[in-house]
Write a protein that binds this ligand. Structure first.
Ligand SMILES: Nc1ncnc2c1ncn2[C@@H]1O[C@H](COP(=O)(O)OP(=O)(O)O)[C@@H](O)[C@H]1O
Ligand SMILES: [Mg+2]
Length: 291
């Protein structure tokens, strides 16, 4: 499993036209093998553009993308190979399902890789298992699936290429809490089973807090902040400057602190931590304003 590193990466839409727009500006970071990293940022901050630069679907205006130390654009004819190793799940990937059966759809990537038919079939079954799609659905048309199942089938299509770095652009967008939970568990399972790094974009801070070991914050195309979720989510001012808010549970605990419960600890940002903290305060009799 290889490390993914970007150095001084920039991208400009419509360069040289009146509509020129710098979408990504001088971004550098490294994703270690096996790491789970979350990306947050306001709409238009450059998240989707950055995600497309990583597998070489867009060519940077400046800077480099290195997979295992190799510049993916060093040889233009070879850049396609990196798209199998750095797998990107686009936002609303279910709109890209097209084949006759779910099985053929999931197998599209592995077939393009030139793998033997038995290997393609084995990968399709493994990927379907990771996303929790029952085998009987594999013979159905993708258009017969429910919305959540379609999303999972589309993600399985990228997993079946067994990428070393899995990138997902807002994989939980538009899903209900149970659907979101399924996707987050799937991200963890793929990471655990394969040792691949995972980079995922989310609008929901709580999702990032629940799964990511590290967070990257984009603001107007630049990397404004990065670090472990506890550190990043404690930087309320910097997040506001990036037009972002701290996670809801962190806000609730901060409000409790301000309103006469000074023993409430800082740096907690998931539902489980917030519940445990409130239980601790009750158990220790420290919930009141007198301590
Ligand atoms: N195909 C495009 N042509 C021109 N500008 C674009 C295109 N795609 C995105 N942009 C612009 O680039 C900036 C970053 O967009 P994007 O990467 O989609 O951000 P995000 O995913 O964070 O919402 C925005 O200002 C957006 O309007
Ligand atoms: Mg986007």
């Amino acid at each position: 499993m290889a490390e993914l590193r970007v150095e001084g990466l920039s991208f400009v839409y419509g360069a040289g036209t009146p509509y020129e727009k710098t979408a990504v500006s001088d971004v550098s970071f490294t994703i270690a093998a096996g790491e789970i990293v979350g990306v947050i940022g306001h709409t238009g901050s450059g998240k989707s553009t950055l995600m497309q630069l990583l597998p070489g679907l867009l060519r940077p205006a400046a800077g480099r993308v290195l997979l295992g130390g190799e510049d993916i654009w060093a040889n233009e004819k070879a850049v396609r190979q990196y798209r199998f190793r750095v797998g990107l799940v686009f936002q609303y990937p279910e709109y890209q399902l097209f084949d006759e059966t779910v099985e053929r759809d999931i197998g599209f990537g592995p077939r393009n890789m030139g793998l033997a038919l038995e290997e393609v079939a084995a990968r399709v079954r493994r990927a379907a298992a990771v996303v929790g799609l029952p085998e009987r659905l594999l013979r159905h048309s993708p258009f017969d699936l429910s919305g959540g199942e379609k999303r999972r089938a589309a993600i399985a299509g990228v997993l079946a290429m067994e990428p070393e770095v899995l990138i997902l652009d807002e994989p939980t967008a538009g899903l209900d809490p149970a659907g979101r939970q399924t996707i987050l568990e799937m991200i963890r399972a793929y990471n655990r089973q394969t040792g691949a790094a995972v980079l995922f974009v989310s609008h929901t801070m709580e999702d990032v807090a629940a799964v990511a070991e590290r967070v990257l914050v984009l603001s107007a195309g630049r990397l404004a902040l990065q670090g472990p979720p506890a550190e990043v989510f404690a930087k309320e001012e910097e997040l506001r400057a990036a037009s972002l808010d701290v996670p809801a549970y962190t806000r609730i605990l901060a409000a409790l602190r301000r309103q006469g419960f000074p023993a409430v600890r800082q740096g907690l940002y998931t539902l489980e931590e917030a519940v445990a903290e409130i239980q601790r305060l009750y158990a220790e009799g420290k919930g009141g304003a007198t301590c």
